[in-house]
Design a protein around this ligand. Structure first.
Ligand code: HEC
Length: 138
């Protein structure tokens, strides 16, 4: 293969890969912190409370874990996974615009993390409180 055709192949492959990622990320952005807050409050039938959310975030539960065990006490800076030690980018949308922008991702991680911390799923009110706490942190 000549270097020109290698270059050409690379260019077209890169274009396809790039397009897939672009379309993927464009579809993933389907919500925002305010919309999620409204939605969770509606299901809960109650108003969220950001201080209660902050307390919930830092409170250790049955497994001696809290949300802060992995996400850090300050959601404005990166956290560290309690068991793998991997860095987790900040949860506060003010410093990480990807947060609370993809409802499937948010639901997936709420389900998983709440089970790790509480041995059950979070209630809609707990989710509303957490979003209320994180969304305006700066
Ligand atoms: C054992 C470690 C761990 C604990 C404990 C934990 N999380 Fe997470 N959380 C993660 C990881 C890993 C991700 C996915 C990686 C990422 O998004 O950076 C994540 C992602 C999330 C997301 C996705 C946000 C988005 O839009 O990108 C939310 C919401 C979340 N966690 C909330 C919580 C809450 C609330 C608690 C406490 C009930 C909690 N987490 C406890 C590790 C943890």
């Amino acid at each position: 293969m000549t270097s020109t055709s290698t270059l050409y192949l690379c260019r077209s492959l890169c274009a396809v890969v790039g397009a897939v990622f672009w379309i993927g990320s464009a579809f993933a952005v389907d919500t925002n912190p305010d919309a999620l807050l409204t939605q969770y409050q509606q299901v809960a039938g109650q108003k969220a409370d950001r201080l209660r959310g902050q307390h919930f975030f830092n409170a250790k539960s049955v497994n001696d874990l809290s949300c802060a065990s992995c996400h850090g006490e300050s959601p404005l800076i990166p956290g560290r996974h309690a068991s793998t030690g991997k860095t987790i980018s900040p949860l506060a949308p003010m410093v990480n615009a990807d947060r609370f922008s993809d409802s499937a991702k948010v639901e997936k991680w709420f389900r998983r993390n709440c089970k790790d911390v509480l041995n059950r799923e979070c209630t809609p009110l707990e989710k509303a409180d957490v979003v209320a706490y994180l969304k305006d942190l700066k």
